[in-house]
Design a protein around this ligand. Sequence first.
Ligand code: PGA
Length: 252
Amino acid sequence: MRKKIAAANWKMNCTLQQAEDLLNKLAAVETHLSNEKISIIGVPYPYLLLAKEKLQTKENMFVAAQNCYTKKSGAYTGEISAEMLQSMNIPFVIIGHSERREYFNETNAMLAEKINIALEYKLQPIFCCGEALSIREAGSQNSFVENQLKESLFHLSEEQILQIVIAYEPIWAIGTGKTASNEQAQEMHQHIRNVLANKYGTSVAEKISILYGGSVKGNNAKELFAQKDVDGGLVGGASLNADEFTTIINSL
Ligand code: PGA
């Protein structure tokens, strides 16, 4: 069985005090998490250790970094390595968020390198893909997303691809309040699973969790997560509110 996942992406939000407050609330909430239903909290780098400490007694709730660099170590001022994250026992890292692609010029080829180094240091990547509005309007979203997967993931072995969580996040739905419809989400998730099946076989594709991201809220999570190929969500804005994110977790 593939895992159901409610992942939070705080992005560049929260002061230390706000982060502490939100983590305290998350540590106290009642959730129905289990081995098969997990939550992952993607916090800014300065709060990784705090998040680990605050959530340490919270079973099946894990901490993620939002990025890492392509290189092992060295003179790359301001960057964070996969090895550092591993040394802090951070289990997950978000790779290739559309904001990284857009504002920091991260290409599919660069993301392939990030995936490689993350796996080398035993981090589980949450790999983001998804099309801009103009691509959807032109009707070429399927081939666009397929190409993102091919160029960043398809060099991986079967064993390696099984470590990847995929997050489909249509750019036009991120932070806009305009969620993809249940049908649009299911259609793309099924497409992604087919693309994975063509490359790695059905039994591998069936084991990979594919999350939906883009204006997931407490009031739409349940129906999105009920779609056959939607295995949970990657949540930005709504993850900054503990009550709303708890509703999302409990929609898994
Ligand atoms: P949003 O962001 O939930 O605020 O739309 C999702 C994301 O970018 O991961």
